[in-house]
Design a protein around this ligand. Structure first.
Ligand code: NAD
Length: 278
């Protein structure tokens, strides 16, 4: 079994990004990222802090607009408008999830597609589905970079994605189809999940349920990508896969932590650089 070391790859990518950011700075341009964070969700605060730290490490300027849980939609929209017009800001992201009184679609659609570094704007999602150049959501993009790094060929492979959210499963589906894989996508209403995962060469899971994927659900030598992030009662972080037992059976697997998570952050930096180039 080979461990797919996302942490190491992310550090390598970040050091390349730093070199490019330095070149921009020599031309008196500092790439800038604005993050809008609403409410005080503990997990979101950790993610936003990590994103800001990563920006600092590579020399990208970042600003976090923290807003209270009861903020009016109009105030968020006004902030996005200001960031869209601000030439020092190249990338804008709104940390999800949003409070229930806020219309998420309206907020995401307000971001200028050219600054949409999370790739959640319908314009970018549409271009992704059509296999046109676009901002690609960071987690699926990070997984594609892992496949590339470890020379895992996707053409003609049977891939099973478990989890069909707009930000993870659906863009992953588009990327895999564009890479000529045959894709099966499962969700909470899927009957007999094991029937689907068991026949896949590659299983990609992003659900948010620790231990959902057990060894009997994957075939011998499968490649397993675990996106899930779950905090266990003992305080430890775990993915959606029973790592101890599944890892004995598969050919490649991502650990949690240290797999997909760091790649997501590296791809955010990469997308911010791409937005600066635009
Ligand atoms: P979500 O709640 O929006 O979507 C969850 C998806 O899983 C849905 O499609 C749902 O139908 C499906 N699902 C739920 N229970 C299921 C079950 N028992 N069997 C099959 N499918 C089931 O969540 P999300 O935002 O897509 O995030 C999913 C997980 O990925 C979470 O643990 C989240 O923390 C993690 N995540 C990690 C990263 C990263 O960088 N590693 C990035 C984004 C999300």
């Amino acid at each position: 079994m080979i461990l797919l070391n996302g942490k190491k790859l992310a550090l390598e990518i970040q050091s390349e990004i730093k070199k490019e950011v330095d070149l921009f700075k020599q031309a008196s341009i500092t790439p800038g990222l604005a993050v809008i964070m609403i409410g005080d969700d503990a997990a979101s605060q950790v993610y936003v802090r990590k994103k800001a730290e990563a920006c600092k490490e590579v020399g990208i300027y970042s600003v976090v607009h923290e807003m209270p849980e009861n903020i009016k939609e109009e105030t968020i929209l006004n902030t996005i408008k200001l960031m869209n017009e601000n030439s020092n800001i190249n990338g804008i992201l709104v940390q999800l999830p949003l409070p229930s009184h806020i219309n998420q679609t309206k907020i995401l659609e307000a971001i200028d597609p050219k600054k949409d570094v999370d790739g959640f704007h319908p314009f970018n999602i549409g271009r992704l589905v059509l296999n046109l150049d676009s901002f690609v959501p960071c987690t699926p993009l990070g997984i594609m970079k892992i496949f590339e790094e470890y020379k895992i060929n996707l053409e003609g492979k049977n891939v099973c994605i478990v989890g069909a959210s707009n930000i993870v499963g659906k863009p992953m589906l588009a990327l895999l189809l564009n890479a000529n894989a045959t894709v099966d996508i499962c969700h909470i209403y899927t009957k007999n999940l094991k029937n689907h995962t068991k026949r896949a060469d590659i299983v990609i899971i992003g659900v948010g349920k620790a231990g959902l994927i057990t060894e009997d659900m994957v075939k011998d030598d499968a490649i397993v990508i675990d996106i899930g992030i779950n905090r266990l009662e003992n305080g430890k972080i775990s993915g959606d896969v029973d790592f101890e037992n599944v890892s004995k059976k598969c050919s490649y697997i991502t650990p949690v932590p240290g797999g997909v998570g760091p790649m997501t952050i590296a791809m955010l930096l990469s997308n911010t650089l791409k937005a600066t180039k635009l």
